[in-house]
Design a protein around this ligand. Structure first.
Ligand SMILES: Cc1cc2nc3c(=O)[nH]c(=O)nc-3n(C[C@H](O)[C@H](O)[C@H](O)COP(=O)(O)OP(=O)(O)OC[C@H]3O[C@@H](n4cnc5c(N)ncnc54)[C@H](O)[C@@H]3O)c2cc1C
Length: 156
């Protein structure tokens, strides 16, 4: 079986890596830094979500549509409507760029770091116990996608 190549060892990349592994694939994760985690380790406030039980209990007038509008406004010309879709019990607060309180967090501190470290520990365990299924390479900056038609078949 081939290897799925994942560029970036933050929350997106590590989530993708675990999804591939859970479905029986093999993964090679590259990161330009000397450590994994990316900006995700800096995320401390919580996780944004509209229509959560906590918001409803507090009477916050939020909706998936308002959340999508706020996200598109923040992203400006980089907005990808296909990626801005609705998705998420906890404390809820309002952060910059959001018109409604929708940032949810438990009582734990350093949420992003905790989630990312759990994903990192999980994948490192697989790397150590099943090296034929997962490999991590740090200090590996990807500069070019190698394509065959529309399909990406490798990277430089
Ligand atoms: C200070 C701060 C606080 C934040 N707080 C919150 C919060 O409380 N709640 C919230 O929801 N969001 C928060 N965010 C936003 C959140 O951190 C990001 O949306 C999220 O981490 C993005 O995850 P990611 O995996 O896409 O990117 P990252 O976690 O940044 O991971 C990207 C990875 O890709 C690697 N990489 C990039 N380019 C290359 C390349 N060419 N070759 C190889 N590797 C590459 C990077 O080194 C990095 O490790 C915060 C962001 C910052 C900066």
């Amino acid at each position: 079986m081939g290897w799925d190549l994942i560029v970036g060892g933050g929350l997106s990349g590590l989530s993708a890596a675990h999804t591939v592994l859970e479905r029986g694939g093999n993964v090679l994760v590259l990161d330009k830094n000397s450590f994994f985690g990316g900006n995700t380790t800096k995320a401390t406030s919580g996780i944004n979500g509209a229509l959560a039980k906590t918001q409803i209990a507090l009477g916050v007038q939020d909706s998936a549509e308002i959340f999508a509008q706020d996200t598109a406004r923040s992203a400006r010309d980089l907005a990808r409507p296909d990626l801005i879709k609705e998705k998420f019990n906890s404390l809820v607060s309002r952060l910059g760029g959001h018109s409604q309180p929708r940032t949810h967090r438990g009582k734990v501190m350093f949420l992003g770091m905790r989630i990312t470290f759990a994903l990192m520990e999980g994948i490192e365990e697989i790397v150590n116990n099943q090296p034929d299924r997962a490999r991590l390479i740090k200090k590996a900056r990807v500069t070019k996608l190698i394509k065959e038609g529309d399909a990406v078949i490798g990277v430089e």
